[in-house]
Design a protein around this ligand. Structure first.
Ligand code: BTN
Length: 320
């Protein structure tokens, strides 16, 4: 961790002023190194007050996504230890898949505030306007325990918890990969797998998470179905805190995935269970009752003729 990250950690943990001398002693570096770190943090957009005879005090973090801020806020073992923040990128999932193929470490994260070719499920594009939080996490087999097919469901629960921690809104899950607030989508999740062509084994998964965080206007086709955390709370969401919270929720959730405990929360947060849903199948749409989410993360539905079926993946819509 850099000195700037350590200095920011100390400032975050100290509500009052702290002197340069005290920080230098705490961190085992020179006062000059602390001064340089404070300058670097200010450069990145942190507002740090300096008062004679009292020292430094953090007034606010940068509004921009910053590696230093996320790493100072985040207490994880693996997720985000390698973190790249880019001003704009075609797709964080596409980029991280390229890096995965050339040996990037498990837990590596790429994040941006803008994508030019954001990817959604089923080959669709994902609206990735400036000011959002678009991120991908490279998961190697050591980063999860259990059935990789449950990664998206487990991540949905972890991201819901993180959003609630940072933005104080109630988050629901629309099986399997959409997070909704007040009936409108604020986040989509896309997990893509990397297979070993010879053995057919899963060598990695790229977990992509796209969150509407900014206060913004939506294109007319999304107006009724999407919203943003900024529009809901009246202020732009702190993306550094949100990204750190996501990694902190995600790491233990994936490592405890095998216990299946998250499924109970997934059911509790579900906005489809007990409702009539429209299932969008390859050969057309039909209506059914959403009954349960199984231990395998599948959606158990009751068709109009009374037969029960499990949906493994796919698309359902619900009138909320
Ligand atoms: C969906 O709602 O269909 C899933 C959307 C997933 C979007 C995220 S944004 C970060 C990552 N990079 C991408 O290109 N897509 C995912």
């Amino acid at each position: 961790m850099t000195t700037a990250t350590n200095v920011l950690r100390v400032l975050l943990a100290t509500p009052d002023y702290i002197s340069g001398h005290e920080m230098a002693t705490l961190l085992g570096v020179s006062r000059n190194a602390v001064w340089k770190a404070v300058c670097a943090l200010r450069e990145e957009g942190c507002v740090i007050e300096a008062a004679t005879n009292r020292g430094y005090r953090l007034l606010s973090l940068s509004q921009d996504l910053q590696v230093t801020a996320v790493q100072a806020l985040c207490h994880t073992e693996q997720l985000g230890q390698s973190l790249t923040v880019l001003p704009s990128v075609s797709s964080t999932n596409a980029l991280l898949r390229e890096w995965a193929a050339t040996g990037a470490v498990g837990g590596a994260v790429v994040a941006t505030g803008h994508q030019t070719a954001g990817r959604g499920r089923r080959g669709r594009s994902f609206d990735s306007a400036e000011g959002g939080l678009y991120m991908s996490v490279l998961l190697r087999p050591q980063n999860w325990r259990g059935d990789a097919g449950l990664i998206t469901s487990c991540a949905a629960v972890a991201v819901a918890r993180a959003i609630e921690r940072v933005c104080a809104v109630d988050v629901q899950i629309k099986w399997v990969n959409d997070l909704l607030v007040g009936g409108k989508k604020v986040c989509g999740i896309l997990t893509e797998a990397g297979l070993d062509m010879e053995t057919g084994e899963l060598t990695y998964a790229v977990l992509g998470i796209g969150i509407n965080t900014a206060c913004r206007a939506f294109p007319s086709e999304l107006l009724d179905i999407a919203t943003s955390l900024g529009n809901l709370t009246g202020e732009p969401c702190d993306r550094n805190r949100l990204l750190a919270a996501i990694l902190e929720e995600l790491e233990p959730a994936l490592l405890q995935m095998e216990s299946g405990a998250f499924l109970e929360e997934s059911r509790r947060r579900s906005c489809v269970l007990g409702r009539t849903v429209t299932v969008h199948a390859a050969d057309g749409a039909y209506e059914a009752q959403a009954m349960d989410i199984t231990e395998s993360g599948h959606l158990l539905i009751k068709c109009v003729d009374g037969t029960m079926t499990q949906l493994h993946s796919g698309e359902v819509s619900v009138r909320l």
